[in-house]
Ligand binder design. Structure first.
Ligand code: DAH
Length: 315
């Protein structure tokens, strides 16, 4: 039995002694009880000390004699790698930052207002169906595109217009669609949105910005072309295509659709409190995964969300 257990056993016996008091003649009861109480106080104090000792005894002492070898190289441990999409995203943001764009990040849950109303989707309009994503039980929406951030970008930076400047923001983010996955379609992917508003913005300014971006990203000069598109939040709307980069086995005859774009619809500006008779803007949005797949000649978009280590470690 440990010291602590002995003391506790003693306390038990002592407590039993109290029952004797009522068997004693009245004159002896007082002194007997006082003596028991005094003993009990001493025992309780001893138990408290023994408990404290037992607790500190369990802590292994620090080995102050452990060898120190500050000049030895650290052992090499297996390390995680940055996800290739995040590495490319840094590169993309870097290009736009050098062109003067601010950067915002989109969230992974949004609401009906930012997903549809602020983007001039009329209620019940069939264009909403094209952006049919998932919904939570509380009616939040994992966004189908980064355009859900346009309204916030316009609000956050509109003081720049009053100061005589312009709004210029890019917004990368993760987006979700109710899509059957195959080599070129994934339910979860990344997009980058761009928004620019000034007194003089034009569609051709935007094409210049985007041409410059793609050339910087692929490191070579590229031809671009556009074709008409339809988006409720832009008027007119277009799709932008780039010539397949020569370094990626392009022969100057393959065109790749990279993003949707257009002049921001006056209703979108108005909803954000910007007067469309004074200011005009352009916006674009396109997939990041496609951009990266092209750069690295990847043939299956599903690798990105697959958590396949051999794929991730190849970067
Ligand atoms: N959000 C659109 C999509 O994912 C792409 C897009 C089109 C973004 C036109 C824009 C825009 O900002 O102006 O299909």
């Amino acid at each position: 039995m440990s010291k602590l257990e002995n003391l506790k056993a003693e306390l038990k016996l002592l407590n039993a002694e109290y029952a004797k008091i009522k068997t004693l003649p009245p004159a002896e009861r007082g002194p007997f009880g006082r003596e028991l109480n005094a003993k009990k106080q001493r025992l309780l104090a001893a138990i408290a000390r023994a408990e404290a000792d037992a607790e500190s005894a369990e802590v292994a002492p620090i080995d102050i004699s452990a060898p120190a070898a500050p000049n030895q190289p650290f052992p090499t441990l297996p390390r995680g790698t940055k996800h290739p999409l995040m590495t490319e995203l840094d590169h993309i943001i870097d290009i736009y930052s050098r062109m003067g764009f601010d950067v915002m990040e989109s969230g992974q849950l949004d609401d009906e207002f930012h997903m549809f109303d602020s983007l001039n989707f009329p209620e019940g309009h069939p264009a909403r169906d094209g952006y049919d994503t998932f919904r939570t039980a509380e009616n939040f929406i994992p966004p189908a595109h980064t355009s859900t951030m346009q309204h916030r970008a316009l609000k956050r930076y509109q003081h720049r217009l009053a100061e005589g400047g312009q709004i210029a923001v890019v917004i990368p983010g993760r987006v979700f669609r109710n899509e059957d996955a195959d080599a070129t379609h994934e339910h979860t992917f990344y997009q980058c949105e761009g928004v620019l508003v000034s007194r003089t913005a034009t569609m051709s300014d935007m094409f210049g910005v985007l041409k410059h971006f793609f050339e910087a990203y692929y490191g070579e000069s590229l031809k671009i072309k556009t074709q008409p598109g339809y988006f409720p939040f832009t008027e007119p709307s277009a799709e932008l295509l780039i010539e397949k980069p020569a370094s990626l086995a392009g022969k100057g005859d393959g065109w790749l659709e990279m993003l949707g774009c257009g002049m921001i619809h006056p209703n979108v500006l108005k909803t954000a409190g910007i007067d469309p008779t004074l200011y005009r803007g352009y916006a674009w949005g396109g997939g990041i995964d496609r951009l990266v797949m092209l750069k690295y000649q990847l043939d299956d978009i599903r690798y990105f969300e697959s958590a396949k280590l051999d794929f991730l470690e190849a970067f």
